[in-house]
Design a binder for this molecule. Structure first.
Ligand SMILES: Cc1cc2nc3c(=O)[nH]c(=O)nc-3n(C[C@H](O)[C@H](O)[C@H](O)COP(=O)(O)OP(=O)(O)OC[C@H]3O[C@@H](n4cnc5c(N)ncnc54)[C@H](O)[C@@H]3O)c2cc1C
Length: 395
């Protein structure tokens, strides 16, 4: 695969750069650069999504008929990479990168017409109700009960680790509609409104002191059947399809931008830049990233023609998250004395970062700590290796 830019690609890059220069405010760029969590807060991601949507650029990977851009894989990579370089806030993947493609693949014409424009415009903010206490890796054992009652299901049970449920007005949710037979054959996929009576969201505060994940309780919650995606008891097919987008969507452009910042940081410090151990580890990470980039482009071409990532999603999930953790380790090394936990408070946009050190160092340790979770969420890397053994190697 040729990763060199053609003249058209260079022109496209100039166009993206000009757009970012004109539209990405300092406040949004600060928020994008200083984020250390799984997702950036919607107070920053949604305004940026609205700006992109006005330009028609909110969902580059969607098929054109649903609001995609029709860009080539290289153009999509250039866009992601320029956004990461400029510090643009990343958009929440739950709507645009996860449930959106799933609605495109499995929704009725009415569901597509209603939800897709709202997802593009950022009118709905989504969370993912898959995991339950005791049902994480063994997701098919989930037990949130949905009892059929006329045009509705009545839900009772709980979901856990629900990222940004406290911000979301919509959830895509796996429920149990049948308790006998194979566990996978009794699951249904629902799109539900988080403001329905009987839903309670309790915060879970992480070791880093942050509120990102939650436990969500359902007590006789009446959900219209019109929100069901796919057939009753066939939710496992839809759930797996969505997981391929969760694991295989996105890009490593943010990682590339991080490596660039670490290289610049090491060069400023002088000593590290001439340390052969550090420089060879950094170079190895850069080479690994090139390989990931090529795999992403292969997957990305399947997405733009309306397909799904397939088992390559598991490979990408493992490669990206392990690379992310390698890069975080290099970052802490390069950050040296500035990369200390006491600087957590300085991450807030608008705070006086220069009082404690350059902004690129402030996030190094919190990012390192938070990204330990990356090899767990979205399905642990051990489980992804099991999937690859079965689906790719046929073991
Ligand atoms: C920060 C964060 C955000 C999250 N956000 C969401 C969210 O928004 N929505 C949601 O639904 N879920 C979310 N999750 C949950 C996440 O998907 C689960 O944590 C994950 O699937 C693992 O499940 P578990 O925590 O129950 O661990 P377990 O399944 O109990 O696994 C424990 C350990 O055993 C290993 N293991 C388990 N089974 C096997 C096996 N068969 N072979 C080899 N090793 C195995 C695992 O790899 C892991 O190391 C989030 C998790 C985190 C950490």
């Amino acid at each position: 695969m040729n990763l060199d830019l053609t003249t058209e690609d260079s022109e496209f890059r100039s166009q993206v750069r000009a757009f970012l220069r004109d539209n990405l405010t300092e406040e949004l760029a600060d928020a994008g650069r200083l984020v250390t969590s799984v997702f950036i807060e919607p107070q920053f991601s949604l305004p940026w999504q609205k700006i992109l949507h006005a330009q028609g650029w909110a969902a580059p990977a969607w098929p054109v008929e649903y609001g995609g851009t029709g860009w080539s894989e290289m153009q999509r990579y250039i866009f992601a990479s320029e956004c990461a370089r400029a510090g643009a806030p990343s958009l929440s993947p739950m709507g645009l990168a996860m449930v959106g493609p799933c609605i495109i693949g499995h929704g009725t014409p009415e569901q597509k017409a209603y939800y897709l424009p709202r997802i593009l415009a950022g009118e709905d903010y989504w969370c993912q109700g898959y995991s339950e206490p005791g049902s994480g890796s063994d997701l098919a054992s989930l037990s949130l009960k949905a009892t059929s009652d006329g045009d509705d299901y009545i839900l009772n049970g709980t979901k856990i680790w629900t990222t940004h449920a406290h911000h979301a007005n919509m959830m895509f949710c796996l429920v149990r509609t049948r308790f006998d037979g194979k566990p996978q054959e009794g699951i249904t996929f629902l799109l539900l409104d988080m403001t329905l009576p009987g839903i309670k969201v309790d915060p879970i505060i992480t070791l880093a002191g942050e509120h990102e994940v939650n436990q969500v309780f359902f007590d006789d919650v009446r959900v219209p059947k019109a929100g069901r995606l796919g057939a009753e008891n066939d939710g496992w097919t839809v759930a797996k399809y969505l997981l391929e987008f969760e694991r295989g969507g996105g890009s490593s452009a943010g990682l590339e931008a991080s490596v660039g910042r670490i290289r610049a940081l090491a060069q400023r410090d002088g000593l590290l830049a001439s340390d052969p151990g550090f420089t060879s580890r950094l170079a190895a990470a850069e080479i690994g990233l090139e390989a990931i980039k090529i795999t992403e482009q292969r997957v990305s071409s399947a997405l733009s023609s309306g397909g799904n990532p397939g088992p390559a999603a598991s490979m990408l999930k493992v490669q990206r998250t392990e690379m992310m953790q390698r890069i975080d380790t290099l970052g802490v090394e390069a950050g040296g004395t500035y990369a200390c936990v006491e600087q957590l408070d300085a991450r807030q946009p608008g705070s006086n970062i220069d009082a404690v050190g350059p902004s690129d160092r402030v996030t190094l340790v919190p990012r390192y700590l938070n990204n330990r979770a990356a090899s767990i969420y979205g399905g642990s890397n051990e489980v992804q290796r099991n999937i690859m053994a079965k689906m790719v190697l046929g073991l």
